[in-house]
Write a new protein. Structure first.
Lengths: 156, 186
């Protein structure tokens, strides 16, 4: 009788351990999956922003310069911000995109801002970019490439 | 006598079962941690950062305030095509006056490139808590020589660390070839 009770006890302890482990694992997996989905959206948004023809450097040919934005286009990006419509929302969803120049000067441009009302998390992604300033080049005969970065924050 | 022996045997079996359970639980925990892969975003970000950071550094043009003494036909001095090329062609540094361009208060092109690239990388990768290592070599017919090599303030990215590379950037600097690689790690 005592042995049976001992075996039953061990069995239930095992089942309890198993259940606890399973629920903990499920909880962690769900959290991780949510995190991965947000990270995946952050990557998508970053790539879409990096390859937006509205911002990318061009030289009059079909081929575009990768990881490069034109300052003249950034200066006019306010239009995009002001008229966030379905087109940009479908493409970028709830996110905030800023470009920061750090050399030689410090200047920043906010090119998209659509915050989520009640967000639980923000996932930032950074990318280093070159900023081509053709217009200032035309004035002084100097065609500079500035150094900066793009910060993409997605809301969940 | 027989019953007591049987009881002892059963207790031993129970003890063994408990030990096996403990070991199994420990293994499960170990497996959970060991099989944890780096998230895809982490890898994507590091790889993207390495190549975009080096490409941007190379493209960046020198601030006119850093008066380099001379300018090229277009008026803009690129860190790669002018300063790094000049550095490779006037290496090793024998005096501060032996490079064509003397930017930032008469510095040799190698010293100016190193100082500027370090500032730019520290202000971006360094600020985002990434470690990096920039290696630039001159390749001639002999053994490659290190032209510029520096790690981030937090330390470099040795081979035994999980790291991503920008890929190799080549620059022709007659009579040699310059090979640049940026490694980024966490």
């Amino acid at each position: 009788m005592t042995e049976t009770i001992a075996i039953m006890f061990i069995f239930f302890v095992l089942v309890l351990f198993g259940l606890l482990f399973f629920f903990q694992f499920q909880k962690a997996s769900l959290k991780e999956e949510k995190q991965e989905l947000l990270a995946s959206r952050a990557m998508d948004t970053t790539l879409k922003a990096l390859f937006m023809p509205e911002l990318q450097c061009t030289n009059g040919l079909a081929e575009q310069e990768i990881n490069c934005f034109e300052v003249a286009k950034l200066n006019n990006a306010e239009v995009i911000q002001d008229s966030i419509d379905e087109y940009y929302f479908d493409m970028l969803s709830f996110a905030r995109i800023t470009i920061q120049e750090i050399y030689p000067d410090e200047e920043s441009w906010e090119i998209y801002d659509k915050p989520k009302d009640e967000y639980t998390q923000i996932e930032p992604t950074y990318f280093v970019v070159a900023l081509r300033d053709d217009l200032s080049g035309k004035k002084s005969g100097f065609e500079p490439y500035k150094y900066g970065y793009m910060k993409v924050e997605v809301y969940s | 006598m027989f019953s007591s022996k049987r009881k002892r045997g059963q207790m031993e079996v129970i003890g063994l079962v408990v030990i096996v359970i403990l070991i199994s639980v420990a293994f499960l925990f170990m497996a959970q941690f060991a099989l944890k892969e780096s998230p895809a975003k982490k890898i994507f970000t590091r790889k993207g950062l390495a190549s975009s950071a080096l490409a941007a550094v190379m493209k960046t043009t020198v601030d006119p305030a850093d008066d380099c003494g001379l300018s090229n036909a277009h008026g803009a001095l690129s860190l790669e095509t002018e300063i790094l090329e000049d550095c490779a062609q006037h290496f090793p540094i024998s005096s501060t006056l032996n490079s064509v361009y003397k930017c930032g208060g008469g510095q040799h092109s190698c010293a100016f490139f190193e100082e500027t690239a370090k500032t730019l990388l520290d202000d971006t990768l360094g600020e985002w808590n990434k470690r990096y290592q920039l290696d630039i070599e001159v390749v001639t017919n002999d053994k490659p020589k290190t032209l510029i090599s520096f790690p981030s303030e937090k330390g470099g990215c040795p081979e035994n660390r999980e790291r991503d590379t920008s890929g190799t950037f080549f620059l022709r600097a007659e009579p040699s070839l310059v090979r640049s690689v940026l490694y980024v790690c966490d």
